[in-house]
Design a binder for this molecule. Structure first.
Ligand SMILES: Cc1ncc(COP(=O)(O)O)c(C=O)c1O
Length: 259
């Protein structure tokens, strides 16, 4: 005999793979007439949304906004801005997306030091500690929620170890943001990126990002140009500084209005 429970299983909401369902109010907003990206009303909406993104990330970081692109662009923006050729960079790899970060580090000319754990297991703090002892790492990067395996990575101890070594801590929160607390400031995360299409339940196409003032200093003191024009920090600063002679981020503003 089939038990009642089997006929009515507890509903599961699966948001990790994305795109997750979008609220009808958001779908309606997508049909609204367009507002120009130089419109003052637009800019005040952007300000409001930056405040909201800070709240979700749990940060006061000034440089917190949404790139008009998928989350991989957030990954790329974080890494290309923070890494210069010859920098030692530790990437924690316990699934698909750690591999993607490793690939970007090599494209930036960084010295890649991988810390591997079997897929399905978290990275152990001791592994990171050991790797930090073998190099002068500028940055350690890790995935908070590895979508490919479902592993939620504990961050607190690793963040402490990274900061004791004087390195920057970069976190991929693509699958975690909105689903679990990321607490950027409390955990001392220096750079973080996410997406709109998973636990935020918005349409795909935005990558919320945030950089600590320490990360901003590191970027400002770079000796070499960022190896990307679109994701280059100087360009991003111009956008946030309201320069109206640069417009490719208009998509960002449009999508921000919807979210
Ligand atoms: C952990 C993680 N990082 C990065 C990405 C890349 O995101 P996107 O497909 O939005 O570029 C994904 C996508 O599923 C992901 O799950």
């Amino acid at each position: 005999m089939i038990k009642n429970k089997e006929l009515n299983p507890t509903p599961r909401i699966l948001m990790g793979p994305g795109p997750s369902d979008v609220h009808p109010r958001v779908l309606r907003a997508m049909a609204a007439p367009l507002l120009g990206h130089l419109d003052p009303e637009y800019l005040s909406i952007m300000d409001e949304l930056m405040v909201m993104i800070r709240r979700v990330f749990g940060t006061k970081n000034e440089l917190t906004f949404a790139l008009p692109a998928p989350a991989s662009a957030g990954m790329e923006a974080g890494l290309v801005n923070l890494i210069e050729p010859g920098d030692d960079v530790i990437i924690c790899v316990n699934g698909f997306f750690g591999n993607r970060m490793s690939d970007i580090v090599e494209r930036c000319g960084g010295n890649l030091i991988r810390v591997d754990a079997p897929w399905g297991s978290p990275i152990e703090p001791e592994q990171v500690h050991k790797a930090l002892g073998t190099c002068k790492a500028k940055l350690v990067a890790i995935v908070h929620a590895e979508t490919s395996t479902g592993v939620l990575q504990p961050l607190d101890e690793i963040s402490q170890i990274v900061h004791e070594a004087g390195a920057l801590f970069l976190v991929d929160a693509v699958t975690s943001l909105g689903g679990v607390d990321v607490r950027v400031d409390e955990r001392g995360i220096d750079a973080i990126y996410s997406c709109s299409q998973k636990c935020i339940s918005a349409p795909p196409g935005l990558a919320p990002v945030s950089f600590s003032s320490k990360a901003v200093d590191v970027i400002e003191r770079r000796k070499s140009k960022v190896n990307s024009w679109f994701f280059g920090f100087k360009f991003i600063k111009k956008i946030l500084g309201r320069r109206t002679d640069v417009s490719p981020y208009s998509t960002c503003f449009i999508l921000l209005c919807i979210v």
